[in-house]
Design a protein around this ligand. Structure first.
Ligand code: SF4
Length: 500
């Protein structure tokens, strides 16, 4: 389904050895071409995958029949003989292209461009569908849900072609604007595949310098792995069907990332693999040995110095989960000083700590604490909680994360209806489509991953950054709406700030 980033075939090596011999230009070019053709650029195969559970349409379209009939009659006489004009429709999206045109519109196709309403305000009315607005909650809004559904269906970057019509700035991740002023090479070349913009990230320990034993052997080898996208899959709520865990495991393998799943699920379903990370409570960490089949990493679900002492020298990578609760910063420092090299920082689904701080601030706090300690590059930080849209991914990385965890968006990709408390972890009521099967679910997640990776490439390209690793902590390339407003309007009486 995918090819490893920039891997070469075996024959490339033999061809390369031939290259060292001086050859005529034409022959040399041919060999160079053959070498180039052995490269396989990483990609995710997106395939349009139809919905299995209808979500409410985005807009309602109402057409006054009398007004329409009057217009048609007028146009019939005015443009008599010019039938292409008489039968033209104001909507290029096909809303009025059914057998009886505007007398029976097809609002499911409407994208809300408002062209029809602007052209015929006396009898066309386009309005947001209140049924859609009922989905989600104050953070994971119906707009996020509709967009994720579209991305998971088509696997492409949603394009409206109408310009941005929303507010500039807002709460949460909408506080941040990214600096797109470097829209030069490798920008478009990278996006269209002529050049590489790397989205792979390393997880694990990388020494800042190499130390050698007297006999010349390496004392501090790197202990790390690479995944091809800067996001991993967080475990689904315990209430959902086991098929969801199978889907996550398969999708993680297909796109070369990781699915974090409870240890008992991995064991019961036989899901152990290089792309599944069993989540093990500290008191069971001894069972780390039971996972084979290529398992590369396990996760300790809470910090325990005693349990860490048992596994810290194990050949498997071990990540440790650290919720943003209480004095998390002291625990972070303790973990890093104890040698933990992969830390998963976890907020609730609204991206908040138990004190109500938002992840953009929390991620920066964690990142800059380690920068100040001089050991940031020895540790991988992954952040989970509050990622609800494609733009949140680069924004979380800018605030200091190496990678992020996806949770609710994966369920929405499979058209799950979420209700109840959508903020706390593991308590939402999840209603999955009745006809959910593995192939369909995997493809929907692949499509979402492809769309979000492509949108990440757009941002990296526009910022002139060649690989996502270099985006980490680049807050100098971001602006905060609140700061800009403060700067512009702070001296004006009555300005209250707040950023939105
Ligand atoms: S708003 Fe745009 S997409 Fe919707 S019906 Fe009118 S012209 Fe078509």
């Amino acid at each position: 389904m995918l090819a490893a980033e920039e891997s070469r075939g075996a024959n490339a090596t033999s061809l390369k050895s031939e290259v060292s011999i001086q050859l005529p230009v034409a022959e040399q070019s041919k060999i160079n071409r053959e070498i180039a053709d052995t490269y396989h650029r990483y990609h995710i195969d997106a395939i349009e995958t139809e919905d299995r559970q209808k979500i409410p349409r985005r807009f309602n379209v109402k057409v006054g029949k009398f007004g329409l009939a009057k217009l048609l009659a007028k146009e019939f006489f005015k443009y008599f003989g010019h039938w292409d004009v008489v039968f033209s429709r104001p909507c290029t999206y096909g809303v009025f292209s059914g057998p009886v045109g505007g007398f029976s519109p097809r609002p499911d196709l409407c994208v809300g461009c408002l062209r029809c309403e602007i052209q015929h305000p006396e009898f066309v009315k386009v309005s947001p569908n209140p049924e859609l607005a009922k989905l989600g909650d104050s953070y994971l809004t119906s707009k996020h849900i509709a967009r994720i559904n579209e991305e998971s269906k088509k696997g492409s970057v949603p394009v409206r072609g109408q310009g941005y019509r929303g507010k500039f700035g807002g709460p949460g991740f909408d506080q941040m604007f990214t600096d797109m002023s470097e829209i030069v090479r490798p920008s478009r070349d990278g996006i269209h595949g002529r050049e590489l913009i790397g989205t792979s990230v390393d997880l694990g320990y990388k020494p800042m310098y190499l130390s050698f034993h007297k006999n010349g052997s390496l004392l501090n080898s790197p202990k790390m792995m690479t995944i091809q996208v800067p996001f991993v899959f967080d475990a689904p709520p315990s209430s959902v069907d086991q098929i969801v865990s199978r889907i996550y495991a398969q999708a993680a393998e297909d796109i070369d990332t990781l699915a974090f799943l409870p240890n008992e699920t991995v064991t019961a379903l036989g899901l152990s693999s290089a792309h599944v990370v069993p989540m093990i409570p500290p008191n069971e960490i001894g069972s780390i040995e039971s996972h084979g089949n290529g398992t590369r990493m396990v996760e300790m679900t809470t910090w325990s110095p005693e349990a860490w002492a048992v596994v810290k020298d194990h050949p498997l990578l071990v990540s440790v989960r650290l919720p943003f609760i209480g004095d998390w910063k002291s625990r972070l420092i303790e973990m890093v000083n104890s040698g933990v090299s992969i830390i998963r920082l976890v907020a609730d689904h609204h991206g908040l700590s138990d004190q109500g701080e938002f992840v953009m601030d929390l991620f920066q706090e964690a990142h800059f604490t380690l920068v100040k300690n001089g050991n940031r590059d020895e540790v991988t930080l992954m952040g989970s909680g509050g990622i609800a849209g494609a733009d949140h991914l680069p924004k979380a990385i800018i605030t200091g994360m190496d990678a992020v965890g996806l949770d609710h968006p994966l369920l929405i990709a499979m058209q799950a209806h979420l209700s109840g408390d959508l903020r706390a972890r593991d308590v939402a009521d999840v209603l999955l489509p009745k006809k959910l099967d593995t192939d369909w679910g995997v493809q929907r997640i692949l499509n979402l991953s492809c769309s979000w990776r492509d949108q990440l490439l757009e941002i990296l390209g526009a910022m002139g950054i060649r690989e996502v690793r270099r985006l980490r902590g680049e807050i100098g390339r971001a602006m905060w709406c609140g700061h800009l407003e403060e700067e512009a309007f702070g001296d004006i009486d009555g300005f209250i700030g707040g950023g939105h």
